[in-house]
Structure formats: C-alpha cells, structure tokens
Design a binder for this molecule. Sequence first.
Ligand code: SF4
Length: 128
Amino acid sequence: MRKTHSFTCINCPLSCSLELVEEDGEILEVKGNDCEIGRRYAEEEFRDPRRMVTTTVKVRNGILPLLPVVSTKPIPKPLVKEAVRSLAGVVLEAPVEDGQVIVADILNTGADIVASRRLDRLHSAGND
Ligand code: SF4
C-alpha cells in the first residue's frame, strides 16, 4: 500500500517540509526538499531514524547534584527513551572529568555516554 510520510528537514534554517512516498517499504519519491541533503534526511528518517541522547545523571559529593551527559553519536530513535531511563539509575562520585565515559556502548549501540562538562568535588566532601 502506498503511503506518504511527512518530515521537517532540520539541516538548515529553511526547514523544508518533506514528503516521502513509499509502497510496502520501498521509497518511491521524496518531495519538498530544496537540496540533496533533504532527500537523504527524509530517507534516513524513514529507514533508520537516529537521535543524540542528552540527559543528566546524579552525582554524589559534587558542586552540582546533576551532570549533563551526551552520546558520542546518534542512536536508533526507538532506543532513546530506554537509554535515558537506564541513565536515571546511574549515580557518580565527583569529581568527573569533561568527556569522561559514563556508560560505554549503551544498549549495544556502539555509542558511549560521556560527561558534557567537568564537575568538581565539593570541598566539604573531603579528599578521600
Ligand atoms: S532540504 Fe536542503 S534547503 Fe531544505 S531545509 Fe533541508 S538542507 Fe535546507
């Protein structure tokens, strides 16, 4: 059965409205794109949509209670919620270095979750 899927291209400020027409999973046509990047974007969004993971994890004895973290590359979109849920259970001990790997190969995606910033230890937490 022929279906049309709509996307908004996020690759430049023009934000073209894209329409991808497919039949039984086979892409027939992409419309609305002003350039080749948009066509490729629509095809990727249809075949294998991926997103970066961005969230925070808890930190004990740090100058802040939460540390922003990010994935080293986009992961399959259907796994993003599960990744965020699993990171909600992580508790780190300060200090944490910028770029420190928090979870390697999250959900076997090949992406690591790394710290987006350095987070120092609270002085009152001692130097043990
Ligand atoms: S299709 Fe091309 S011109 Fe349109 S928003 Fe995407 S990148 Fe920009």
